[in-house]
Design a protein around this ligand. Structure first.
Ligand SMILES: NC(=O)c1ccc[n+]([C@@H]2O[C@H](COP(=O)([O-])OP(=O)(O)OC[C@H]3O[C@@H](n4cnc5c(N)ncnc54)[C@H](OP(=O)(O)O)[C@@H]3O)[C@@H](O)[C@H]2O)c1
Length: 326
């Protein structure tokens, strides 16, 4: 749609983990002009984006201001759309809110959409593990595929964020807080043989950027959004090697996993059951880093930067602190 030399990309959910990563990556490429949406342009996250030259628009996906939404999309060539399932405003409304956003995006003549989806947990477990977050996102993926006519539509399904470990209370303290015996203990229910993990800040944005470099090549594809694939045992062993600290796995049952009465934590508890029922095939097929590697390298080739996926050790180098030394 844009007649300008730069291609305008509007990022929905600009202040979130995913959106901020997408924006940070796109800003490295002068071929793109980046816009973002937020409900609050005065928030710290929003102001940080404004300071980087991102034009922000006030859009609440549940109750959008029509003029702001129109302005956010006017002349846009591409869109990245993410909806935050666990925000109370979205929790009960994801499909309706998402469909309204998709219709507005299509109505504005946007050619290329990259939609942040998730695998269909009900379908993959024959109805045994329905998870609203997963099923609603997948339903929206289907809506885009079957009922819309974007020039290209691509889908990315984020793996388990490495950043989830920052909520160390939920993982037995691992990898930030040692137990009373001094051992860093990863206390989670089983996730099957392997857990796909993503360094959301470093890698996710490059994958979306890579798709937008060559949208026709990625049209209709579902990209596995994983930086690494590891078993719990491998994770603790590599943690021990990296930090020199003792660590171990203490696999608990899903029933033993503490959800603190939080609905989003209950969803996470279900996710372990989902992993167990699918033997770790989170995406419904074998976990595979091939496309993630390709997209990361394509962006580095175009605009420079790191060409390889973030490793567990690299994430630890950026995030882990030796609390005993403080
Ligand atoms: N954690 C994981 O391991 C994991 C793995 C795979 C997928 N996911 C999925 O990732 C999604 C969350 O993405 P994230 O991590 O980027 O989110 P996040 O960091 O929690 O941030 C939430 C984003 O959503 C925006 N938002 C919330 N309610 C909104 C509304 N009503 N209208 C418009 N924008 C709204 C917020 O914008 P403002 O506050 O600025 O308005 C913010 O940008 C969830 O659906 C989750 O299921 C998570």
């Amino acid at each position: 749609m844009s007649s300008q030399t730069t291609k305008i990309i509007t990022v929905f959910g600009a202040t979130g983990h995913q959106g901020a990563s997408v924006i940070a990556s796109l800003l490295r490429n002068p071929a793109f002009a980046v816009r973002g949406t937020t409900r609050n342009v005065s928030s710290e996250g929003a102001q940080a984006l404004t300071a980087k030259g991102v034009q922000l628009f006030t859009v609440d996906a549940v109750n959008p201001d029509a003029d702001q939404l129109e302005a956010a999309l006017k002349g846009a060539w591409g869109v990245f759309l993410n909806l935050s399932s666990h925000d109370p405003s979205i929790e009960e409304n994801e499909y309706a809110a998402g469909k309204a956003m998709i219709d507005a995006i299509q109505g504005a003549g946007v050619e290329h959409i990259v939609y942040s989806s998730l695998p269909p947990s009900s379908l993959l477990t024959s109805g045994e593990v329905p998870m609203a977050t997963f099923d609603e996102k997948y339903k929206l993926q289907q809506y885009i595929s079957n009922s819309c006519n974007f020039a290209t539509a691509s889908f990315i399904q984020a793996a388990w964020y490495f950043d989830n470990f920052k909520y160390a209370d939920f993982s037995g303290g691992f990898p930030f807080v040692p137990g009373a015996d001094g051992v860093y203990t990863l206390r989670y229910p089983s996730c099957g043989p392997n857990l796909p993990l993503v360094a959301i800040e470093n890698d996710f944005g490059d994958w979306v950027h890579g798709i937008l470099l060559e949208p026709e090549a990625w049209n209709g594809k579902v990209v596995q959004g994983s930086s690494a694939i590891m078993s719990y045992q491998e994770m603790v062993e590599r943690f021990e090697t990296y930090t020199g600290k003792k660590a171990r796995v203490d696999e608990i049952s899903v029933a033993e996993f503490e959800t603190f009465g939080l609905s989003w934590m209950e969803e996470i508890a279900k996710m372990f059951t989902f992993f167990q029922k699918t033997a770790g095939r989170y995406y419904g097929v074998e976990n595979d880093l091939g496309n993630a590697k390709k997209l990361k390298a394509a962006v580095a080739e175009k605009v420079g930067g790191k060409a390889t996926l973030t490793t567990w050790e690299e994430w630890l180098a950026e995030n882990w602190e030796d609390k005993e030394k403080q």
